[in-house]
Ligand binder design. Structure first.
Ligand SMILES: C[S@@+](CC[C@H](N)C(=O)[O-])C[C@H]1O[C@@H](n2cnc3c(N)ncnc32)[C@H](O)[C@@H]1O
Length: 294
């Protein structure tokens, strides 16, 4: 594949995003695109457009036959399979690349310090962007998602990226149930990455809501971390959760000592047109200076 087979945000505005995913340019809804479009002429070049019928439920792609059932894109030197889904997603959240790169850097640093592979838990892991970054950095990864098709998709992405021989445990599981079970088993991880949706459901249909579930999930994650050495990345795409609230959830849930910093960054993308697209927030907690301790 050529580098031009990659991803680019071309423009955003008026509630929509215009993006090149390899061979196709997609025009999709984007609640974070609150400003006017910067390059209105560019939108005529879209291969396909997605519209919701009403509200956040399923919608439709038009023209209906323009996109193939699947195509591949190169992102961060990984190869990912994309598919047009009924929710308007295609299997890649590009704003999440910043989280994946940070986690891979942390995993490599933990491995260098300890002299072995870092172990990282990736919750709500979807089609595997973070898992593939971690695996490439040499980490052993537990990849957890409630959706069997999403986990199968992530495994295909590992194979496409030449990473299917890496130590990844592919788990179709409810995130909270898996964390509770790992705690009972006394498992420890060097790092945890979680990208919880605002609403979701476990494999047996049990509902997940960020507002109710995030605090208890973070508290349950704490015993899995190796004391002050552990790193955590936690995102929020929920409109209602402000950055300060995300930081305080993370601090309280992980019961962080006063000297541990919670750094909150905006997950935003810069378009070629100069537009900026907001995509939520991420809270990063790095390991404490000086390593072990309470
Ligand atoms: C927003 S996506 C994650 C995006 C991904 N991190 C990325 O950047 O590619 C949310 C994922 O959470 C999963 N999910 C929803 N509820 C879940 C639950 N209770 N336990 C585990 N996974 C869940 C969904 O199947 C979906 O794959």
């Amino acid at each position: 594949m050529r580098d031009s087979d990659g991803y680019a945000l071309l423009d955003a505005g008026d509630g929509r995003r215009l993006e090149r995913f390899g061979a196709f340019v997609l025009d999709r809804p984007a609640p974070g695109a609150t400003s006017p479009r910067r390059d209105p002429a560019a939108w005529a070049g879209a291969s396909a457009r997605f519209d919701r019928e009403q509200g956040p439920g399923p919608g439709r792609w038009s023209p209906p036959d323009r996109l193939p059932e699947r195509w591949d894109v190169r992102v961060d030197d990984l190869v990912l399979e994309l598919r047009p889904t009924a929710s308007g997603q295609v299997g890649l959240f590009p704003e999440h690349r910043a989280v994946a790169r940070w986690a891979a850097t942390q995993a490599a640093a933990a491995a260098a310090e300890e002299g072995g592979a870092a172990s990282v838990l990736n919750l709500f892991a979807h089609t595997g962007l973070v898992t593939l970054h971690l695996a490439r950095a040499g980490a052993a990864v537990a990849h957890v998602d409630a959706s069997r098709p999403a986990v199968a998709w992530a495994r295909r992405n590992a194979a496409l990226s030449g990473l299917d021989d890496r130590p990844v445990r592919w788990l179709v599981e409810d995130a909270a149930r898996f964390v509770a079970r790992e705690a009972r088993r006394g498992r420890r991880y060097d790092g945890v990455v979680l990208d919880p949706p605002t609403y979701g459901h476990g494999p047996s249909g049990a509902p997940w809501s960020l507002a109710a579930g995030l605090a208890p999930l973070l508290a349950a994650i704490r015993p899995l971390l190796d004391g002050r050495r552990g790193f955590v990345a936690c995102t929020s795409h929920a409109a209602g959760l402000r950055p300060a609230d995300l930081a305080s959830h993370v601090r309280a849930g992980l019961d962080l000592a006063d000297d541990r910093e919670v750094a909150v960054h905006e997950l935003a993308l810069d378009a070629e047109s100069g537009a900026r697209l907001a995509g939520g927030w991420v809270a990063f907690v790095g390991p404490a200076e000086g390593g072990k301790g309470g």
